[in-house]
Design a protein. Structure first.
Length: 209
């Protein structure tokens, strides 16, 4: 199983007709937010793979593509915010957006607001654990957990509830975006208990056994 996760930045390396030759054998696409819908749509076609995604804090709709088309959502993709889904034998859950730093935004949350969204996932995850022996394989978010890959300013502060989530449900991976990387020595992969947290900005290929 080979997963291509993307976030926050359109890459010429992927946004061209030979993308499938650059990164062959991609089985699943994961969008971690703040990417144009037309770009995600292109990736689903270029790699001929299913897409799941969450919105970032800068996402908005409708969006306008390079050809003038209006995009209200990603055609061929599934928005998994607040959902638990199965794809390619994996169990995934998604949580969109960032910490709220404006009075109103569709994709910003206070810590309390995010806790309420997370609470809606709990019954399905407990059911998975009882029936399947595991609650979740991959958590997909835009923002990182608090204190892991995040920044000190409010817009880039991670959510504390994500830490509780990881310790309770123990997914193998937590993939996030939102935190832009400008230096090669910045940490993008951190272990939190049994979960490997990865900042996928601007893309990351994850190979699963």
């Amino acid at each position: 199983m080979k997963i291509l996760a993307v976030s926050d930045r359109v890459l010429d390396k992927l946004y061209h007709g030979h993308a499938r030759h650059t990164l062959p054998d991609i089985d699943l696409l994961i969008g971690c937010g703040d990417l144009p819908f037309y770009y995600l749509d292109f990736l689903t076609s270029a790699f001929d793979a299913p897409l799941v995604y969450v919105h970032g804090n800068h996402d908005h709709g409708p969006q306008y593509g390079d050809d003038g088309r209006v995009w209200s959502e990603v055609r061929g993709g599934v928005n998994i915010h607040g959902k638990v889904v199965a794809r390619r034998g994996l169990i995934l859950a998604g949580l969109e957006g960032s910490m709220r730093y404006k009075a109103y935004s569709d994709y910003m949350y206070t810590e309390r607001e995010m806790r309420l969204v997370v609470a809606q996932l709990v019954p399905r995850l407990l059911w998975n654990r009882q029936r399947l022996g595991r609650a979740l394989d991959i958590l997909v978010t835009h923002s990182p957990p608090f204190g892991v890959h995040d920044r000190s300013d409010l817009p880039h502060t991670g959510f504390k509830v994500f830490l509780s989530f990881l310790r309770l449900f123990k997914p193998r991976y937590h993939l996030h975006g939102h935190i832009h990387i400008y230096r090669q020595d910045e940490v993008t992969r951190t272990q939190v208990d049994e979960t490997t947290v990865i900042n996928v900005y601007p893309y990351h290929v994850l190979q699963l056994d």
